[in-house]
Ligand binder design. Structure first.
Ligand code: FES
Length: 274
């Protein structure tokens, strides 16, 4: 079997990089820990004590709305014996009255992550409570979306999105309101398969005939350093396919969008996987 050592000599990454535990561990350390990951939208956590969690690459992160209206992120891990503090993808730290109470031995934290309660406090004479707050995780709110980053000092989401800021601004992401719960459908595929697919317009006419009928041959792909943009203009002529005709019919007129965006399908893929 022939092997390629020059990355330019082939059309893609070697196949083994899509199915190799050691390589994936490297990707977790070098790509996912230093990259921004989306957790929720500010309007998913409107009230003090509302939270959303994100479990990924062996970490659990929780984003919490504070009493001051601010949003903070912590590792979802108690500083006592490491129990998971908040369960499930989302909820409200209501039981503790705006506090986070560990379900194991009831160590209690405020919404800023400070340790404020330890049952049988006198039995921990050496405990310095002000040093045992929840471990903070970096947060960025970009146009209403809440992102977290475990480590690193690369560009912010705003910096990465800057080349398309003037396009994105029209859509008023900040005003989005949750419409229903987000359903995740885990797949046993490597993350690069999914990520590659979102930057690939060549498969559209082959694998998505419906989309091709809706958008004709005008499906475009463009790459900026951190963001890929995809777009297509909806064809006006009614489709022969009933469900596509319904789609054409129910696509709402969005008054605040400029005319050339009203029938535009467009999306942006942010490095590495959003
Ligand atoms: S592990 Fe949380 S209080 Fe003990």
């Amino acid at each position: 079997m022939m092997t390629h050592t020059d990355p330019q000599s082939d059309w893609g990454l070697p196949g083994w990089t899509y199915d190799n535990d050691r390589f994936f561990r490297e990707e977790q350390d070098r790509i996912f820990r230093p990259s921004w990951q989306i957790v929720c939208h500010l309007n998913d956590i409107p009230k003090a004590g509302d939270f959303h969690t994100l479990d990924y690459i062996g970490e659990s992160v929780v984003v919490v709305r504070g009493k001051d209206g601010g949003v903070r992120a912590f590792t979802n891990v108690c500083r006592h014996r490491g129990a998971r503090l908040l369960d499930g993808p989302a909820g409200h730290c209501g039981k503790g009255g705006g506090r986070i109470v560990c379900p194991y031995h009831a160590w209690t934290y405020d919404l800023e992550g400070r340790l404020i309660g330890v049952p049988m406090r006198e039995t921990y004479p050496a405990l310095e409570m002000d040093k045992q707050g929840l471990v903070k995780v970096e947060v960025e709110v970009w146009r209403g979306f809440v992102f977290v980053r475990l480590e690193g000092d690369g560009p912010s989401v705003a910096e990465m999105m800057a080349p398309y800021e003037h396009e994105v601004a029209h859509y008023r992401f900040e005003d989005l309101q949750p419409f229903g719960r987000v359903t995740l459908r885990p797949r046993t595929v490597n993350w690069k398969n999914i990520s590659d697919n979102y930057s690939d317009g060549l498969h559209i006419p082959v694998a998505h005939p419906g989309l091709t009928r809706l958008f004709g041959k005008g499906y475009g792909v463009e790459a900026a350093p951190w963001v890929d943009k995809m777009w297509g203009q909806l064809i006006d002529e009614p489709s022969n396919n009933p469900s596509e005709r319904i789609y054409q019919g129910i696509l709402p007129d969005v008054p605040h969008l400029p005319a050339d965006r009203k029938r535009l399908w467009t999306y942006f893929k942010l490095w590495p996987n959003f």
